[in-house]
Ligand binder design. Structure first.
Ligand code: FES
Ligand code: FES
Length: 161
């Protein structure tokens, strides 16, 4: 048996020290050891985007990164983005436009959409679709999701954000 490895990182701004199995991926670490179950796991192969999180400010697939690779990093999950209020308006827009049904894809979708809005204040619908193209949704048909992201971008522009 391979000995667990010590890691030290921040998760949603909190300092965390943990012992992890060398093969434990970051999504499972967050869910199983940090009890942050908003990070969903679908394909476990980097395809569906359900496990999207932010690592040092960039969006990544939590299932494709080992927890040991996150040593020394800043990890943010849907819980952190939600609790800080950073995506309150985006979450409200998703609710208002029925941009979620089962909700399985929604945490990853919100983090990816927020990543786009940080890069581009008023993306057109093609750009929204392209940026979200790695996040799969089996329920909504995407139209309402694109509507919600577009509406959030417009509202932020009007508020001067
Ligand atoms: S669970 Fe990570 S991309 Fe699907
Ligand atoms: S709302 Fe069900 S997978 Fe997207």
């Amino acid at each position: 048996m391979i000995a667990p490895c010590p890691i030290s990182l921040t998760v949603n701004g909190e300092h965390v020290e943990a012992l992890v199995a060398p093969r434990l991926n970051l999504a499972d670490f967050l869910r199983e050891q940090q009890h942050l179950t908003g990070t969903h796991v679908g394909c476990e192969h980097g395809v569906c985007g359900a496990c999207t999180i932010r690592l040092n400010g960039d969006i990544v697939r939590g299932c494709l990164i080992l927890a040991v690779q996150a040593n020394g990093s800043a990890v943010e999950t849907i819980e952190g983005l939600s609790d800080s209020g950073e995506i309150n308006d985006l979450q409200a827009a998703f609710r208002e436009r029925n941009a979620l049904q089962c909700g399985y894809c929604t945490p990853g979708m919100l983090i990816t959409a927020q990543d786009l809005l940080l890069q581009c204040s008023m993306p057109d619908r093609d750009r929204i679709r392209e940026h979200l193209s790695g996040n799969y949704c089996r329920c909504t048909g995407y139209e309402a999701i694109v509507d919600a992201v577009e509406a959030t971008a417009r509202a932020r522009m009007e508020r001067g954000q």
